[in-house]
Design a protein around this ligand. Structure first.
Ligand code: NAD
Ligand code: DAU
Length: 353
């Protein structure tokens, strides 16, 4: 059995990933370290709470003592780091926590893994060792900044983040790269485009619009709504991370995308149509500062080198996702109580038309 540390596994992608890997690999034990911030929710994992190959630990990736204790106890062969502050709008209002968790937290994980995986300081990892241990940093397409009307982000595109969230993720990527170059630490960085699917916190575009639309509340579209995102179903992202875990070459970056480019306003219109509501719910509101205009990922490297390909079409994935939120209204209601209400009021108020 391989012991794997998954951090941030109570959030949207992490919780989907834990269930995915337990389903697809009988030889893994997963320890999930999550601080349970507003975005972490153990309800996302309730269906595996009795699974003997799964353990939850509440805690902070910045806590060196705790991370070290976990390494002593479980002797992890891999870390997959999902833990992060992940919402761009929040990073614009409160950047500090983004730099702290997304950069310092990553350094703590790297240092601790390095001290356990290496026997002698400054001794490069042997080839065999590199095969058996791995640090995967879950990064984002946002580190590349923004695109014009044409072109795509490749792994060679220079990093040019435009908001505090993406700057913190880009900084972490550079630290991870440095640990590979300096210490030979076996790392991979995955950079994925926008995910959608079950258990996404309803501050993000798709679940927010589904939730508001169902209740016939205003649908706040930033600026002219013509910004483009490249959407990928979360289970296709999980499959890509599994490919990188099993076959990724040490030190490599892998871009992951769905090749599903849509403007925000088109996404909102699709949701309105599927739910049979009126487009009069759509309200154009003040634009996000530093708003990236277009993202598009070139995923040819992970496809050709690791054999990954997405299985969802966007039409099927969106329709299933809408249905999931409709049939999980209790989940939505619970995550939208408390802190969420304060956040929503602060961000949108009565929706500034
Ligand atoms: P999320 O906000 O839903 O979940 C983040 C999780 O991290 C939460 O469970 C939270 O409790 C936990 N966490 C936060 N700070 C922590 C800390 N200090 N210690 C331990 N746990 C902590 O985020 P998500 O959408 O699932 O994204 C997961 C990762 O994937 C992030 O690193 C994000 O940058 C990246 N990513 C997200 C997307 C997307 O579309 N959502 C796309 C590409 C990459
Ligand atoms: O591209 C990957 C990134 O995707 C991840 O790294 C981030 O963690 C994740 O949050 C997501 O970032 P975005 O900023 O692209 O996602 P968000 O859902 O916040 O917004 C998607 C687009 O929709 C963006 O152009 C802003 C717009 N938007 C968003 C909200 C919440 C609106 O027009 N109205 C809204 O109310």
């Amino acid at each position: 059995m391989k012991n794997i540390l998954v951090t941030g596994g109570a959030g949207f992608i992490g919780s989907n990933f834990i269930k995915y890997i337990l389903d697809h690999d009988p030889n893994v034990n997963i320890v999930n370290l999550d601080l349970l911030t507003y975005a972490g929710n153990l309800e996302n994992l309730v269906d595996i709470s009795d699974e003997s190959r799964y353990t939850f630990k509440k805690g902070d990736i910045r806590d060196r003592v705790l991370v070290n204790q976990l390494f002593n106890e479980y002797d992890f062969c891999s870390i997959i780091n999902f833990a992060a502050e992940s919402h761009v709008d929040r990073s614009i209002v409160e950047p500090d926590i983004f730099l702290s968790t997304n950069v310092i937290g990553v350094q703590v994980l790297l240092d601790t893994a390095m001290s356990h995986w290496k026997t002698e300081p400054h001794n490069k990892y042997s080839k065999e060792y590199r095969k058996s241990v791995k640090f995967i940093q879950i990064s984002t397409d946002e580190v590349y900044g923004t695109l014009g009307k044409s072109g795509m982000f490749s792994e060679k595109t220079p990093l040019a983040p435009n908001n505090p969230y993406s700057a913190s993720k880009a900084s972490a990527d550079l630290v991870v790269r440095a640990y590979y170059k300096t210490y030979g630490m076996p790392v991979n960085i995955t950079r994925c485009s926008n995910n959608y699917g079950p258990y996404q916190f309803p501050e993000k575009l798709i679940p927010l619009m589904i939730a508001n639309c169902q209740e016939e509340k205003p649908l706040p579209v930033y600026g002219d709504g013509m910004q483009i995102r490249d959407w990928l179903h979360v289970s296709d992202h999980c499959a890509a991370i599994m490919c990188v875990l099993e076959k990724g070459q040490a030190g490599e970056v892998y871009n992951i995308g769905g090749n599903n480019e849509y403007t925000n306003i088109d996404i909102v219109r699709m949701i309105v149509k599927e739910l049979g509501k009126s487009e009069s719910l759509i309200k154009y509101v003040k634009d996000r500062p530093g708003h990236d205009r277009r993202y598009a990922m070139d995923s040819s490297k992970i496809k050709s080198e690791l054999g990954w390909k997405p299985s969802y079409t966007f039409e099927k994935g969106l329709s299933e996702t809408i249905n999931w939120y409709i049939t999980h209204k209790n989940w939505l209601d619970r995550v939208r109580s408390g802190e969420y209400m304060e956040y929503y009021e602060k961000m949108y108020g009565t929706v500034n038309v």
